[in-house]
Design a protein around this ligand. Structure first.
Ligand code: SAH
Length: 229
C-alpha cells in the first residue's frame, strides 16, 4: 500500500526496498502515524547517504556520514517525527540536519522548516541536495542549534538529532505554547533518553520515551566538545 515512486513519478529503482522499510516501521516498530509513513514512503533516502552506501539506505540501521556523524536510523526518524504530532501548518525548528533526510521528512509534514547544522560542509551539502530534490519550504543555516533560531520563533515543534547533557533553555523559550520539543538527553555522550517536552500555558510537561544513542550535541548548551562523557 505504501509503494511510492519518486516525487516526479518516475521509478528510482528503490521502490521495493522503500516499501519494505515502511512496512517494517509499521509492523515491527508500531509507527501508526499514516502521514509519517507516507512521507517516508515517498522520500528517496538513498539520495541522502554517501554514494558507496546507497544500496544500504533502506536498512534498519544508522549509516555513517562524513565528519564522524551519522544518518539516523529510519525508525528513530519515524518515532521522533511521530512525537512532533505535525498536521501540516507548523513551523518546525530542526537541530542537527546532517544529511538533510529528517529535514525532507519535516518539509513534507509541516509548513516551514528552519534547519541548523553545526558542520558547514554537511549544512551546505544538505541544502544543495534538498533544493535539487525540489524541497522549497525550508531554510538551512550553519550554526549552534543549542541557541535555537530566535528570529523565526516561536516554533510549534522542535527536534534535535544530537544529544546533550541538558535540555537547552533557549529551545524551551522558543517553543510556542502547545508546542512539542523532541530531544535526546543524557549525562553520557554514548547513551541518552528520548524526551518529549510540551509547553503548556503554565510551564512544561516532560515525557520519557526510552533509551537511545545519538551523536553528541556540541554547543553552548550542549557538550563543549565531542567525546567528553
Ligand atoms: N537527522 C540527521 C542526523 C545527523 S547526526 C540525519 O539523519 O542525517 C546529528 C547532527 O547533529 C550531526 O550532523 C552534527 O554535526 C549535528 N550537531 C551536533 N551538535 C549540533 C549543534 N549544536 N547545532 C547544530 N547541529 C549540531
Amino acid at each position: 500500500m505504501f509503494a511510492r515512486k519518486s516525487p516526479d513519478g518516475r521509478s528510482d529503482g528503490f521502490e521495493i526496498l522503500r516499501t519494505e522499510m515502511v512496512r517494517r516501521l509499521a509492523d515491527h516498530y508500531h509507527i501508526r502515524n499514516e502521514r509519517v509513513l507516507e512521507a517516508m514512503a515517498s522520500i528517496p533516502r538513498h539520495e541522502f547517504v554517501p554514494d558507496a552506501l546507497r544500496s544500504q539506505a533502506y536498512k534498519d540501521n544508522a549509516l555513517p556520514l562524513s565528519s564522524g556523524q551519522t544518518v539516523s536510523q529510519p525508525f528513530i526518524v519515524a518515532r521522533m517525527t511521530e512525537l512532533l504530532e505535525l498536521s501540516g501548518n507548523e513551523r518546525v525548528l530542526e537541530i542537527g540536519a546532517g544529511s538533510g533526510y529528517q529535514t525532507a521528512v519535516l518539509c513534507r509534514l509541516a509548513d516551514k522548516v528552519f534547519a541548523i547544522e553545526r558542520i558547514r560542509d554537511l549544512a551546505d551539502k544538505a541544502e544543495t541536495r534538498l533544493i535539487s530534490l525540489g524541497f522549497d519550504n525550508f531554510v538551512m543555516k550553519c550554526g549552534d542549534g543549542t541557541l535555537g533560531w530566535p528570529e523565526y520563533g516561536p516554533y510549534d515543534a522542535i527536534i534535535a538529532a544530537a544529544g546533550g547533557p541538558e535540555i537547552p533553555p533557549p529551545l524551551i523559550e522558543q517553543l510556542a505554547v502547545g508546542g512539542r520539543l523532541v530531544i535526546p538527553v543524557g549525562t553520557s555522550q554514548s547513551e541518552q533518553i528520548l524526551m518529549c517536552i510540551r509547553r503548556t500555558a503554565t510551564g512544561i510537561k516532560k515525557e520519557d520515551h526510552g533509551r537511545c544513542a545519538f551523536v553528541p550535541l556540541v554547543g553552548e548548551h550542549g557538550w563543549k566538545q565531542e567525546r567528553e562523557g
